[in-house]
Design a protein around this ligand. Structure first.
Ligand code: GPU
Length: 814
């Protein structure tokens, strides 16, 4: 149901319009041109905003040639492309990242300097593109950047939410959410393509006509493309991030119904269009159950699959050969309806038989699983599915029948539709040729606990691809001082070949290098502390150990363990102030889903503890608790380089991978962590001696949970924990409302599903070990340097190359 085809992207650039070489002089001319003709002002009158717009357009222009050239080559060489479908892209700011990848970071700096302006200040005016919740969305952003850097032809497909993740503030320690508004001042990065638009149907019924099933939707919404070029490092390749916006417009208004007097129905599609891409669902590890969410997922899937087929048919006439030119990767089950949608289009619109269509879909699709948490495994009721997507329900029933047949005589077969629920994980598995977990441990558990039957029926379909992070944003951009030191020491090249960091190993014991590394850490601390003071009026003592836990608030991530331990430390300092404590700043950051009450109570406890501890003159030089509000990508870029200790303390078996863990270690923070997710592999790479391990293993967690009264038993065995819980229960941190945290204390004693009590003493001992190691500064610096040197494996370039060879079957174009 394409409205107009894509003409823009295949247009090769005529020689004559190619831009002049990007010298300071030519960039200056371009900047003044944009200031005058795009922004409509003069250097004398331009505000910081005006300058940022002009700079962004100047930089964006430079992405266009590599972008067109990449499309031209992909088409000329008829290359296979990957299409990464994700409900989330947690990008952050774009300007500085683009400038770095285009090799223009220093030149534009120089140009702005000529106007008495600071590039850094201008860049920091840009709002974060926060079209995601946490790790899953940030991973998608790292992967797009790596695809462009290694030369993997492809597209990111997502939704252009008008409002990204909510903004968090604290009122009396409580989380308050306000709408985010990143588009309010215009987005200089996207190319709007109102003519590249598809109709997406919702609801209605399926009728039979000449032996064919025909879906007659009740309403149709237009999906319009907005494209952002994604340039790889060195600008040798660029891909497209295509975000769909639901478009109101004449197309949507049902004039026939209106004329027939059905006024409400006539504007139904219009109302749906207005709400579809209005706002990102703020749940991390989603707990769905909302019709609008299913509609969003279908809107993304349908528009993207239609676009993919249209592009294929623009160059080939045979859809049977789709798997030779197209791979589609589903980022968790959120876009899993793309499977049934592809089958529907092949069967209903292109005349394929069901089995042939399902076969093609399966060869094209891949599914990445990001969680085992039962509340996060998407399920939709059959009733809702029939109401929103009646034809897709029939197709899922067909796939279910196939899948049950495959299981032969198995007594209690796994069903894609179980009872009155459609299981999106089972569906995604059934329509994919590869299913991957995101760390070695997680993939093991996916095999054993989540999909044992599927695994038996399709041996080899499940593979592991451990997550990665882009070293451009998370080292070169975020930590310029350390990056420079690294380049001075081992030369450049590590940006695209992160294994070269190994070259730092031989300097780990060198006091000169240690000192230089220490200076970069200090600089990062100053930068972060200055920002904290300016932005949040929070003071951070620079000589303390910076101990950070930043991530979404979730019980399984155990911020509660961290804050309870902080209270224990506070009590000990009070008891024995002169015991030679290592000064610590405990840094927390992260948002709770607005409906997640327990997570919000934990936020309040942290803020309550901060208020008491930070105001206590006896302890404030030795212990500080800070919780800057509204953690996001840009805050992470400042905080991570400044950190000494990285808290990765989830209950074993529950964090699929973690990626923050990688960012910290790459910036020379040591990890205190459990054997969970990618922690396991990080520890193997950096060396067990350079990692503070504690806690129950996955198997021990399962065993402990089955012990009656494990919480009470563990608390009774730990005097420090008892004291902590008692003080919280008595209101030591909420004197105005002594019982404020009673429910959390009660949860600890009576349930403690996440085994905070069981791991408390082990965590406490590991924290003692941290102090001991930190006191020996040479020892600490050595460990930190070895962490950096051995993190090459965790570049997202490595992850993407694995996807290309093991799932997508795409060779690098470069
Ligand atoms: N993750 Br499912 C999210 O951030 N959101 C989700 O909805 C789901 C998973 C995270 C995992 O919790 C984290 O362990 C992992 O590193 C990340 O996805 C990327 O794989």
């Amino acid at each position: 149901d394409e409205v107009r085809s894509d003409r823009h992207e295949s247009t090769a650039l005529p020689e004559s319009t190619a831009l002049p070489a990007p010298t300071a002089a030519s960039l200056r001319d371009a900047l003044l041109h944009h200031l005058r003709f795009t922004v409509g002002t003069t250097p004398e009158r331009a505000s910081a905003f005006d300058w940022r717009m002009a700079v962004s357009h100047t930089i964006r222009d430079r992405a266009v040639d590599p972008w067109f050239e990449s499309v031209r080559r992909t088409e000329a060489e008829d290359r296979k492309r990957v299409h990464y479908l994700s409900m989330e892209f947690l990008i952050g700011r774009i300007l500085e990242d683009a400038a770095i990848n285009l090799g223009l970071r220093d030149t534009i700096d120089e140009v702005l300097d000529g106007f008495g302006l600071s590039f850094t200040e201008i860049a920091e005016g840009e709002p974060d593109a926060a079209l995601g919740n946490g790790g899953l969305g940030r991973l998608a952003a790292c992967y797009l950047e790596s695809m462009a850097t290694v030369g993997c032809p492809g597209y990111g497909y997502g939704l252009r939410y008008e409002h990204g993740l909510f903004e968090q503030s604290f009122e009396n320690g409580r989380q308050v959410e306000t709408p985010e508004n990143w588009l309010a001042t215009g987005n200089p990065w996207d190319f709007t393509r109102p003519e590249t638009a598809y109709r997406v149907g919702f609801g209605g019924e399926v009728i039979e006509e000449g032996g064919r099933r025909i879906w007659v939707p009740r309403s149709r919404v237009l999906a319009a493309a907005h494209d952002t070029p994604v340039v790889g490092y060195g600008a040798r390749w660029a891909n497209t991030l295509r975000l769909w916006a639901a478009m109101p417009g004449a197309e949507l208004f049902d004039l026939d119904r209106f004329n027939a007097g059905d006024f409400a129905a006539a504007s139904e599609a219009e109302a749906l269009a207005r709400s579809l891409t209005r706002v990102l669902y703020p749940n991390d590890t989603t707990d769905g159950g909302k019709q609008l969410r299913l509609s969003q997922e279908y809107f993304l899937s349908s528009a993207s699959v239609q676009d993919i087929l249209a592009r294929h048919l623009g160059a080939h006439d045979d859809l049977r050969r789709l798997p030779e030119s197209v791979a589609i990767q589903m980022n968790d089950t959120h876009p899993a309806i793309a499977g049934p949608e592809l089958i529907r289009l092949l069967v209903d619109e292109h005349g394929f038989g069901f089995d042939a269509a399902a076969g093609i879909a399966t060869q094209v699709l891949g599914y990445t699983n990001h969680t085992l948490l039962p509340e996060a495994l998407e399920r939709w009721t059959v009733g809702l599915m029939r109401h929103v997507l009646p034809r897709h329900l029939e197709i899922i029933e067909g796939l279910d029948t196939q899948f049950v047949e495959l299981q032969g005589e198995r007594p209690d077969p796994v069903r894609l539709i179980g009872g009155d629920q459609v299981n999106m994980g089972d569906l995604a598995f059934a329509v994919s040729h590869k299913v991957n977990g995101v760390s070695a441990l997680h993939t093991d558990l996916v095999r054993k606990d989540l999909f044992p039957v599927h695994d038996e029926l399709h041996p080899g379909r499940i593979v592991n691809i451990t997550n990665g992070i882009t070293p451009r944003r998370w080292l070169k951009l975020a930590n310029p001082a350390l990056s420079e030191l690294i380049t001075d020491t081992i030369g450049s090249g590590w940006e695209t070949d992160l294994d070269r960091l190994r070259g730092l190993e031989q300097h780990a014991d060198d006091p000169g290098f240690q000192e230089a590394f220490g200076r970069t850490k200090r600089l990062a601390k100053v930068r972060f502390a200055d920002w904290l003071a300016a932005e949040h009026d929070i003071e951070a003592p620079l000589d303390a150990l910076f101990d950070a836990q930043v991530k979404r608030l979730h019980e399984y991530k155990r911020q509660l363990l961290n804050i309870l331990w902080t209270i224990a430390r506070y009590q000990r300092i009070k008891r024995d102030p002169g015991a030679g404590w290592v000064p610590r700043v405990k840094i927390f950051g992260g948002k709770a889903a607005p409906s997640y009450d327990t997570a919000k109570e934990i936020i309040r406890l942290i803020n309550d503890v901060a208020r008491i501890v930070n105001d206590d003159p006896e302890t404030r030089d030795l212990l500080r608790v800070i919780y800057p509000p509204n953690y996001g990508v840009s805050m992470a870029q400042k905080l991570i380089p400044a950190s000494d200790l990285s808290e990765q303390i989830s209950t074993a078996g529950m964090e699929a991978s973690g990626t923050g863990n990688m960012k910290f270690a790459l910036n020379g923070a040591l990890t205190i962590g459990t054997l969970d997710g990618a922690n396991v592999e990080i520890r193997e790479h950096v060396g067990a001696g350079n990692f503070f391990l504690f806690g129950l293993t996955t198997d021990e967690v399962a065993a402990r949970r089955s012990e009656a009264d494990h919480a009470r038993t563990a608390i009774m065995a730990s005097r420090p924990l008892q004291d902590v819980l008692q003080s919280v229960a008595e209101g030591a941190f909420s004197p105005d409302e002594p019982h404020r945290h009673g429910r959390l204390v009660d949860l600890m004693w009576n349930s403690d599903w996440f085994l905070v009590a069981s791991d408390f003493d082990a965590y406490d001992s590991a924290q003692d070990e941290v102090d001991r190691a930190y006191r020996d500064s040479h020892h600490w610096q050595r460990m930190a340097i070895l962490n950096i040197a051995r993190m090459g494996h965790f570049s997202s370039d490595r992850s993407i190359r694995e996807y290309m060879s093991r799932i997508w079957d795409i060779p690098a174009a470069l």
